[in-house]
Design a protein around this ligand. Structure first.
Ligand code: F6R
Length: 605
């Protein structure tokens, strides 16, 4: 949540900040603002509600040059969406941007009698005012005092009136990465803002104070000692964060799935069997557990639901899936014999991070399935299995989901092998089945007009139901989430057999029911449920494998995916469901990539 960027260097700072904010906008887009030193070393603050494009327009007439500044794109938490609540916040000597939540802002306001001076309703302005009180010409000492007083999560980038060319940054929990590049010094809430300038970066260590100037970056630990950063390298390229001719990032990312799967699976195969030696994940991790607990949020949690349906029958050990925001406040029944798998695209989701920390305190061994290299969850987990989807920019997750599934399927295969549930041949046959999904996804992408045409019926609807059993139910959950988040149509996923226990009351003439029936052993059961909704007038969109024989009167629209081993149908179905959501959103003229109220990386509770 909230994108932040700071730059000091020889280039035009406003251009770098605005371009960086456009890259970071998926983190929040309620308002945007920048602050910069002008050629006379005066700080200017410009901020506006709305998107970065709105802010950019303001600058078309300013010609004065600037080489140091900070920028912010906001996802509102404290205080409504208004110009005054937008960042940066200016207080006396201090100009500051913030990502996170200052939990004790109210008591700080009272203690330091700030009420009269506050002009916004934000917790961030309280931090700016407090820092101004502490500031006596020594940035590090003032920041240290601030850090000692604020509670919660934060990433701050700060400029002081009398320190032109300098930016100070500090964080706790909320992410910040930085790099010294040929273009100058940069700090940002995530890598996408840095990749136009460098592949080499470092994660700002928590509670360390980073100082950026046009010619260097220095870092002090909490005791004031200078330290060197641990450099990391990312293999994403600039193209990966551009639309490359696609009208939306979401459509581009749907198309990228087959490639992302290859990048995630192929480097980890030895003689056709998953091998995690290069990931430094020992087989002993898979042998020493008697249960698996999967924890994640949103789409990543839905990948966990699929994993549960796959892994439990495969491994014959209990597999539980928890929503991270619930798990973190529970008293979980996990111990050192539990393998905890956390899943996160961003690697920064605060609830998933807290759940990971709790799992570690319970003695469980943790494996993180993460897309962003060097992210907090990746660094704090005992083991990490990186997915190689490249940057995912659209707020609605697509390719990250598919590669999370691929990684979990590989883990399942390796576990089954080392636990004696698979022979070598069975493991390589399973893996071959996983590789078959790549052409199947390509086929469904090439047939995307089917979804484009079918959504005409959905556009005028208020409610949609997704039904399925077993694995098909697990996929339905993700289909419903995708539709809700970008088309704003209410959608619910139901285990098909559960409909009769109340929900079928909502099925009336024309109500869309998207029924997924790809599992042979329960196919006829699901079809009975389809018959029941059809009898009540539902508009049925049925998704089956090619070979399935279906009474033509049952489905208003029948989408067929290529025949696969039943365990793998989720992959082409994900494409179908993503495309249904995508074209519905387009048909309603909505902002597909940046739907209302959402943000890509949920770094506040
Ligand atoms: C939905 C979506 C979210 C994320 C969730 C977890 O399309 O993207 O539901 O899946 O916020 O995010 P990560 O995977 O970054 O932890």
């Amino acid at each position: 949540m909230c994108g932040i960027i700071g730059y000091s260097g020889p280039l035009e700072a406003r251009t770098i900040l605005l371009d960086g904010l456009s890259q970071l906008e998926y983190r929040g887009y309620d308002s945007a603002g920048i602050a910069y030193f002008d050629s006379r070393s005066q700080i200017h603050v410009v901020k506006k509600t709305g998107k970065v494009a709105n802010l950019r327009e303001t600058f078309s007439s300013i010609s004065d040059s600037s080489h140091c500044g900070i920028g912010h794109t906001r996802w509102a938490t404290h205080g409504g969406v208004s110009d005054v609540n937008a960042h940066p916040h200016h207080a006396g000597q201090v100009t500051l941007i913030h990502n996170g939540i200052i939990e004790n802002y109210h008591s700080l306001t009272q203690e330091f009698q700030l009420e009269a001076s506050l002009v916004s309703q934000t917790d961030s302005e309280v931090a700016a005012r407090l820092l101004d009180i502490f500031y006596e010409g020594q940035p590090e000492s003032a920041i240290k005092q601030l850090v000692n007083r604020v509670e919660g999560s934060y990433a701050f980038c700060i400029m002081f009136n009398d320190r032109p060319g300098e930016i100070y940054a500090v964080r706790s929990v909320s992410p910040l990465v930085a790099a010294y590049t040929r273009a100058g010094a940069l700090v940002a809430s995530d890598l996408t803002a840095l990749i136009p300038y460098t592949r080499n970066y470092f994660v700002v260590p928590e509670h360390h104070i980073v100082k950026l100037t046009g010619y260097k970056i220095s870092i002090c630990d909490p005791d004031g000692k200078q330290v060197s950063p641990e450099m990391m390298k990312v293999n994403w390229n600039t193209d990966a964060a551009m639309k490359n001719g696609f009208p939306h990032f979401m459509l581009k990312e749907i198309h990228e799935q087959p490639e992302a799967l290859k990048n995630t699976i192929l480097p980890r195969l030895t003689k056709g069997i998953p091998d995690f030696t290069d990931d430094q994940i020992p087989d002993e991790l898979f042998l020493g557990c008697d249960q698996i607990h999967v924890i994640a949020c949103g789409t990543a949690m839905h990948a966990g639901m699929v994993a549960r349906s796959l892994l439990e029958p495969l491994l014959r050990i209990p597999v539980t899936v928890s929503i991270a925001s619930e798990f973190r406040y529970e008293e979980p029944l996990i111990d050192e014999k539990t393998l905890v798998i956390v899943i996160s695209q961003s690697g920064e989701t605060i609830d998933t991070l807290a759940a990971l920390r709790l799992a570690r305190t319970c003695g469980s061994r943790t494996l993180a399935v993460v897309n962003v290299k060097g992210s907090t969850i990746a660094r704090e987990s005992d083991y990490v299995l990186y997915t190689h989807a490249g940057p995912e920019i659209a707020v609605a997750s697509t390719k990250a989901y598919s590669v999370q599934l691929a990684a979990l399927y590989m883990v399942g295969c390796r576990m089954a092998l080392v636990r004696g549930r698979f022979t070598g041949e069975q493991a390589s046959a399973f893996l071959a089945g996983l590789l078959d999904v790549i052409p199947a996804m390509e086929t469904m992408i090439s047939r995307k007009d089917e979804e484009k045409n079918l959504v005409t019926h959905l556009l005028s609807q208020h409610d949609t139901f997704f039904i399925g059993r077993g694995l098909d139910y697990a996929f339905s959950l993700e289909g419903a989430l995708k539709l809700k988040e970008i088309s704003y149509i209410h959608a619910e996923a139901y285990a098909a057999g559960e409909l009769k226990h109340g929900t079928i009351a909502l099925i009336a003439s024309g109500v869309p029911v998207i029924a997924i029936a790809t599992q042979e052993h329960i196919f006829s059961k699901t079809m009975s449920n389809v018959r029941e909704v059809k009898a009540r007038g539902a508009f049925v969109i049925l998704v089956t494998q090619e070979h399935a024989s279906v009474d033509p009167d049952l489905a208003d629209i029948h989408i067929k995916i290529p025949d696969l081993d039943d365990r793998f149908t989720v992959f082409p179905i994900a494409v179908v469901l993503q495309l249904i959501a995508y074209y519905t959103s387009i048909g309603k003229n909505l902002d597909v990539d940046q739907p209302r109220n959402l943000a890509k990386s949920v770094t506040v509770e």
